[in-house]
Design a protein around this ligand. Structure first.
Ligand code: FMN
Length: 382
């Protein structure tokens, strides 16, 4: 039998801080710190505590070539290899099913940059409730907790030398740019008209033109820029209240301009999923539609293989799309929102997404504003 290490592995000397109660009562230093090695291997969806001997063995076994197990066993012993194989940090070529080896193969096939894979896989949330039982914190509360924030604008260089610019000219975009705000108070009874949903999806996520750039390569032209012209960001839609579209989960097709039903939901289940998606930020839950932006990593990493900037570019792509979405919602007289504080794992389960190949980045949405403002918003007129 042959073995090799998993493709991507980072080992963190993690410090766990705690209170040493015995020391506290005897008047000594009460803060205790315990160190342990944590293996962060993105093909496994968990952190794993290992010991120093396992760290040393992992450091001596390569991740590219398959090595005869018997040769490695002579150095580290069978129990050590068995323990690392059981953890999924070492992989063997036994033809039997091995979920860890399959996940490792998928990770290799996607061309992830190792640090990006670890950053993505280990920053996902499940069951997070960001603000349980509280309201959106006001700036007064934040200042009380953290002190004065750094100044809102930065002065650099000699101010006496600064060139005074003329005031900005008015322009066609001003109406949207100057009315845009993040809505945190949605009318729970209001619907999003189907025509408007169609415009929001097509003009944000849809193809405005298509072009064959090589015999087997098509790129789409969209209203937002995209790294490499690849447009890897897919729109997965949670519908709560759109006349003509049943509550449920859908995928938007960028070329066909269609919504493919993925799961039907009743109103209560749709609202509950919305709450889970945005990590219990109740101020977004009543938006009649939410759009999950999830990047198809194979599309981006097809060009940007094992690339230091590719993950950053995917995050930026979603940011551009969300601004376009905001401006279109504003044009229709509605506030919008975007949030990265999302339970990626709940979203993955709901839509059947694999985080190694479909990276959930953020959730946006929009809807009719409620009459009053109970949660903080920054509107221009105020
Ligand atoms: C990447 C990103 C993440 C955000 N995440 C949240 C969030 O988790 N919760 C929230 O209420 N607003 C979120 N927002 C909205 C900002 O709080 C908002 O843009 C900011 O307060 C400025 O207000 P304005 O959009 O009305 O100008 C996010 C915005 C961006 C661009």
């Amino acid at each position: 039998m042959k073995i090799r290490r998993c493709a991507v592995l980072f080992i963190e000397p993690r410090e766990d801080l705690g209170i040493d109660w015995a020391a506290l009562f005897s008047g000594a230093r009460a803060l205790s710190a315990a160190l342990r090695w944590v293996a962060l291997a993105p093909h496994l969806d968990r952190e794993t505590t290992i010991d120093a001997a396992q760290v040393a063995a992992l450091g001596a076994i390569g991740q590219t070539a398959w090595t005869e197990r018997a040769d490695v066993e002579r150095q580290f012993g069978a129990p050590m290899l068995d323990s690392l194989l059981a953890l999924g940090l070492l992989l063997d070529d036994d033809p039997a099913d091995n979920p860890a080896r399959e996940r490792d193969a998928l990770l290799r096939a996607q061309h992830w940059r190792p640090l990006s894979a670890a950053a993505h896989m280990f920053s996902r949330w499940d069951g997070m409730e960001v603000d349980k039982g509280m309201h959106f914190p006001s700036f007064e509360e934040l200042v009380q907790a953290y002190g004065t924030p750094p100044p809102p604008a930065l002065g650099r260089g000699d101010p006496a030398q600064a060139i005074k610019l003329p005031p900005p000219l008015g322009g066609a975009l001003d109406a949207q740019l100057l009315q845009r705000y993040t809505g945190r108070n949605y009318d729970p009874a209001a619907v999003l008209p189907l025509d408007l949903l169609a415009r929001l999806l097509q003009r944000t996520f849809g193809a405005q033109a298509e072009r064959m750039v090589a015999q087997e390569a098509m790129v789409l032209k969209k209203t937002s820029p995209s790294a490499g012209g690849l447009h890897p960001t897919e729109a997965y839609v949670l519908v709560q209240r759109v006349p003509g579209i049943a509550p449920g989960l859908y995928h938007y097709h960028a070329l066909d301009h269609t919504l493919a039903p993925l799961a039907a939901l009743d109103a209560a289940a749709a609202s509950e999923l919305a709450r889970q998606f945005v990590a219990d930020q109740h101020w977004f839950v009543d938006a009649p539609v939410m759009v999950v932006m999830a990047a198809r990593v194979a599309r981006n990493f097809w060009k940007y293989r094992n690339h230091a900037k590719a993950y950053r570019a995917m995050m930026l792509d979603a940011g551009h799309l969300s601004q376009t979405f905001y401006l279109l919602a504003t044009e229709a007289g509605m506030p919008a929102f975007v949030t990265a504080a999302v339970n990626e794992k709940a979203i993955e389960r709901a839509f059947g997404l694999d985080p190694l190949s479909d990276a959930v980045v953020a959730v946006c949405g929009c809807g009719v504003a409620a009459a009053g403002q109970t949660t903080l918003e920054l509107r221009y007129e105020e």
